[in-house]
Ligand binder design. Sequence first.
Ligand code: ATP
Ligand code: MG
Length: 213
Amino acid sequence: MKITSLAAHKGGVGKTMLTASLAVLAQQDCEDEEGELGKGKVAMFDLDPQGSLTAWYNARQRDGPILVAPMLRTLALRLYALNRKGVRYVFIDTPPGHSEYIAKAMNVAHLVVVPVRPGELDYKAVQRTMQTVLFWEEPYLALPNGGLFRSRAMGELVRRLDADGQDRLPPVHHRVDLPLRSGLTLTETQPNSAGAQELRNVWAKIRERLGER
Ligand SMILES: Nc1ncnc2c1ncn2[C@@H]1O[C@H](COP(=O)(O)OP(=O)(O)OP(=O)(O)O)[C@@H](O)[C@H]1O
Ligand SMILES: [Mg+2]
């Protein structure tokens, strides 16, 4: 079982949107490879007391991925149980700012994904998250998210991450049409859109990094 945590000290950077989008893509892969057996092989953990991921999930009218909303102290136990059940991928959504939650989600992860939006303050905030993940010695990838396509701000963010030697994922640009309220993801509502392709590119890279092809 491979665990990916989405973490950032900053709010509103896309942690919840990306958790849902990546879990749905992982679920699709499992179903493509295992048919009916692939159902139930992906779980999302909502560690955020705001419950945004749970709200998205409650609006969802489709099977899978599984949602778990554990207490912080039961996180490890829930992961252990899912591993025994044969779950292949877990994605953990975390709240902004809550260091205890962020540290715990980092500690159990095989890979930490740190979304970052363009902007000086965002970059400062993400540096703090990166220091935390380096402190815990966990592998991580930055994910430039939310800037306009071909915008100067997004270009600068990507160049800055590269200049700072930050290992990163391919960027996900701002799309006005992310269908979070409907309990779906962009790869479900508009699989042929540029945004869906960007999300698939990100998932392919994460999957490669997790060591599962
Ligand atoms: N690439 C994007 N294009 C368009 N909208 C986006 C993109 N990424 C995130 N958003 C939107 O930005 C808002 C914040 O995203 P999201 O809730 O995923 O962030 P978060 O980091 O989980 O926030 P919080 O810290 O409050 O939990 C949401 O409305 C989401 O749909
Ligand atoms: Mg969130």
